[in-house]
Structures are given as C-alpha cells and as structure tokens.
Design a protein around this ligand. Structure first.
Ligand SMILES: *Cc1c(COP(=O)(O)O)cnc(C)c1O
Length: 363
C-alpha cells in the first residue's frame, strides 16, 4: 500500500488516490498511442477527445444548465480578478463587490484599477469571520455584475446560499468550494475556480459562464484576455494546459463515482461536522474562528488559547504525519482544509490527534 500523508494543505491540495494511480498507469503510454498525453498535439483527435469530455462532464455534474459554456484558461483565479472587469465592466457601469476577506479584497483591488468599483457589503467590522446576509447587500443601480467569493479559503467562511441579484449577473469565485455541493446554476452569470483545490492540479482555471455574458468582450481588450476569444475557439486558441485538463477530467470521473455533487456534499458534511464537533466539545480548548452560521465546510479555521500552544500543536501534528494545519500567515491560528479529495479517515485521525493533544496540554 502507498503510504499517504494526512494532507490538509490549502492548495495545491490532496487529490484522490484513485485518480493519481489511474494517471500513473496512463502516464507514459496513453491508451496505446505510444506517448504521454503531455506529448500530444492539442489539435489532435486524442487530446481533443479528453478536452471535450472534461467540458461535458463539468456541465453534466452541474445538471447541464441551459446556456452555460465552459472555458479552460490559465493564470489562476488571480488572472480572473483582472479579466472579469476587463470583459464585463462597460462604459458608465459600476463593478459591485462583496467584501468577505482576503480573496474578495484581491478581486476588488484589481477591479479598482480598471473602472468604477463599489463595495456592496463588507464584513470587515466582524474581522471577516462571517458572510453578509442578502439584506446587507446594497447593489449600485448601474452595476455590471455583482462579484462574491463563495468560500474564503483563508478566513474559513462560506456562503450557504447566494443572494438574489435580480437582473445583475452574479459572478462567483468558487476556487475553494467548486463542486463540493450541488449548485443551482440559474442563480449565476459566471462561476470560476483555479483547479488546484477541488478540481485537479494547478495550471488550469475553469470558467463556467452564460454564453451571452462572455461572447462580446470590449474591442480594446487584447486577444488573449478576451473571453470571446476563448469561447469561439473552444479554449484552444493557444496551447491549453493539456495535462492539467486531463487530470481535471479524471477528478470529475471520480466525483461521478462518489455519487455526483449530492454524494460529495454528504461526505463533506460528515467530515466538517466531525471536526467542528471536536472543536465545540473541547470545553473551550479549541475555538472555531468563524461565526457558526458562516462556517466553511472546506477550510476549518480554529485557534488555541495562546500562540505558543498553537506552535506546539503544529509541531506535534507534523511529527504525527499531518501536513498543512498551520493557518495562513496573514491570520495565524490553525486551518484544516478538507476539500472533496481529503478522506474521512484523515479527518478522523485529526480529531483523535486533537483529543490526544488536549489531554496532554489541557487543564
Ligand atoms: C486560491 C484562491 C485564489 C487564487 O487562486 P490562484 O489560482 O492561485 O490565482 C483565488 N480565490 C480563492 C477563493 C482561492 O481560494
């Protein structure tokens, strides 16, 4: 048996073992072609088959929503922070953003460089430890779109439902919770994600958007930054990150095998409840960072009473085979990232470790 770490990395993150093993088998010789998928032309039938399959699988897992198209892009979600206002923010319009923490803040900074930007709601006063309610949103009358971050990877807060933005397209950064639960796509204009948390390896960014939103980029935008370039070329305008897209397709197959989005949601809820219960039943030894109604099922942020104790926790956890439990450098504390591919067994091992650690260090 392959020895696997208890991997709680925030991103790049754990991938399903089955997917890694399947990819390993196909690594050198992809389906008797005598070459790796990485060595093939992206214009050839074999690669194009994989590329199209990945697109179709994504849409199928989302219930084949009417009018939506998939784009495979590069440059990470961070590039989308710029491409969104470049493409979607028209003359005389306002870009409207929901400010929920680190990643929302980065998206807002980029939009400000490109046009008039409004913050429709912010939870800064609560140290970003909750997401705003729909009632808190004040969307500018001439908003081109409303942007929000469904899951703040660093703070550990997640939208449980999405605000109704009426006719204004809702654009959502789902980098850290895409395909972790069923989604009603009729609510969105566009969703996007860097692949390296829930979809595959780093190197590809997935955009799923309404065709009418992305088929007419402003004339002055350079070719490579235009959504309509990638749309009209089926994400093959230039060389795509073919190996990363192949891996995404394999991860999507694995999600299907888990029972689709309902299946992964069931498992994700069990995993999250297990760890949150351990935090809540620790008599205050561990403290959840996020407000309970905004707690993320993907990134569990928690603290101990002192930074010394947190340091000791991280050190002991590493010695016990756990990886990635240190909180982001900007907020400190501890964080367990439990994306789709993190097995229930890893979460169980973590909870046992937490109880042990408390026995040794608690009162
Ligand atoms: C990781 C992350 C990003 C940044 O993704 P890159 O692919 O590194 O650009 C953006 N938004 C969220 C919510 C993230 O978790």
């Amino acid at each position: 048996m392959t020895k696997r770490a208890y991997n709680f990395n925030a991103g790049p993150a754990a991938l399903p073992l089955e997917v890694l093993e399947r990819a390993q088998k196909q690594f050198v010789d992809y389906e008797d072609t005598g070459m790796s998928i990485m060595e093939m032309s992206h214009r050839g039938a074999v690669y194009e088959g994989v590329h199209k399959e990945a697109e179709q699988r994504l849409l199928s897992l989302l219930g084949n929503p009417e009018g939506f198209k998939v784009l495979f892009l590069q440059g990470g979600a961070s590039t989308q922070f710029a491409m969104i206002p470049m493409n979607l923010l028209g003359e005389g319009q306002v870009a409207s953003y929901v400010d929920t923490g680190s990643w929302a803040g980065k998206a807002i900074s980029e939009a400000k460089l490109l046009g008039e930007t409004q913050v429709a709601a912010s939870t800064k006063a609560d140290h970003y430890m909750r997401v705003p309610t729909s009632e808190e949103l004040q969307i500018a009358a001439n908003a081109a779109y409303v942007h929000l971050t469904s899951n703040e990877t660093i703070g550990g807060v997640q939208f449980k439902q999405f605000p109704d933005t009426g006719d204004v397209p809702l654009v959502v950064d789902m980098s850290s919770d895409i395909l972790s639960r069923p989604l009603d796509m009729s609510q969105f204009g566009m969703i996007y994600a860097g692949a390296q948390k829930n979809l595959g390896p780093s190197g590809v960014t997935v955009v799923i958007a309404r065709e009418e939103l992305v088929n007419h980029s402003p004339k002055h935008i350079p070719t490579i930054f235009r959504y309509d370039t990638h749309l009209s070329n089926g994400s093959l305008y230039n060389t795509p990150p073919s190996f990363a897209i192949y891996m995404v397709n394999e991860v999507l197959k694995w999600i299907e095998e888990q029972g689709g989005l309902e299946g992964v949601e069931r498992l994700n809820t069990q995993k999250a409840n297990l760890i949150y219960d351990a935090i809540d039943n620790s008599n205050g030894f561990y403290k959840g960072a996020a407000h309970s109604d905004s707690r993320s099922h993907m990134n569990i942020t928690f603290r101990l009473q002192t930074e010394e104790l947190e340091k000791a926790f991280i050190k002991a956890s590493e010695q016990a085979g756990f990886v990635g439990l240190k909180g982001h450098r900007s907020v400190g504390g501890l964080r367990a990232s439990i994306y789709n591919a993190v097995p229930y067994e890893s979460c169980k091992a973590l909870v046992e470790f937490m109880r042990d650690f408390q026995k040794k260090h608690g009162e």
